[in-house]
Design a protein around this ligand. Structure first.
Ligand code: ADP
Ligand code: ZN
Length: 231
């Protein structure tokens, strides 16, 4: 099963992705983490991206697309959760053709909504484990011991790109480039709306219920080959 988390920065995608990876054995495909891994492993792709980095340019969409395709091809039939990709309608179109060529599609796109004012609060309290990347919040999701990761006892740090100014810029970019993807996927009838202002537990319950419903449907489809309409 292929699932996409779509939503503004700070709405809780990473938190839910981690949970889903732990409970439903989804492979968590985060393009940010992948990028660093390619560069560290000095693959051909990694070296190309490092050169772009060094020259101060952003890694371009084509390279990210290639990187994601490589992982999808090697992960084969596994359930994958896409977090942070596609980010633009162009990427979604190109990636859609690739998925079609391997006879796959997104089974569900979870579309997270949260007001910009709440996003700023969430990001200003966000702490991340330097070792295992687990996400916490000083108020809404604090670790048991201050500044120490519950899972691996690593040190909790603030992301350097989480300043108010940087978040405002990323939000603008999100509204302009990524939000139109909601309409794009609505046409494919795979969007499930998430009110991200709910508690972490309430959101994760909704997600796992929906995934269970889709699994059941996919199981039945193998027997009946019916068409699935979400609503
Ligand atoms: P994203 O991956 O979408 O950028 P994160 O998962 O990093 O978002 O969450 C942003 C911040 O909000 C983190 O500090 C996280 O602990 C906190 N958070 C996530 N989900 C919720 C929620 N439902 N209620 C309150 N705080 C949350
Ligand atoms: Zn940790």
């Amino acid at each position: 099963m292929y699932v996409l988390f779509l939503g503004p920065p700070g709405c809780g995608k990473g938190t839910q992705a981690q949970h889903l990876a732990e409970t439903n054995s989804f492979y968590q495909l985060s393009t940010g983490n992948l990028l660093r891994a390619e560069i560290e492993a000095k693959t051909e792709l990694g070296q190309k991206m490092e050169t772009l980095y060094a020259s101060g340019k952003l890694v371009d969409g084509d390279l990210v697309l290639k990187m994601v395709q490589k992982v999808v091809a090697s992960e084969g039939a596994k359930s994958i959760l896409f977090d942070g990709f596609p980010r633009t309608v162009n990427q979604a179109t190109a990636f859609g053709s690739f998925l079609q060529s391997i006879d796959k599609k997104f089974d569900c796109v979870f579309s997270f909504s949260l007001a910009d004012s709440e996003i700023l609060d969430r990001i200003s309290g966000r702490m991340t484990c330097a070792d295992c990347k687990a996400v916490y919040h000083t108020k809404t999701n604090p670790p048991k011991t201050e500044d120490v990761c519950d899972k691996c006892e690593g040190k909790l740090v603030k992301r350097t790109d989480d300043s108010r100014e940087s978040v405002k810029l990323r939000l603008e970019e999100y509204h302009r480039e990524t939000e139109p993807l909601k309409e794009f996927y609505k046409k494919e009838n795979v969007v499930f709306e998430i009110d991200a202002s709910q508690s972490i537990e309430a959101v994760s319950k909704q997600i796992s219920n929906e995934i269970e419903a889709i699994s059941k449907y996919k199981g039945n489809k193998e027997k009946t080959s019916g068409t699935y309409s979400r609503r």
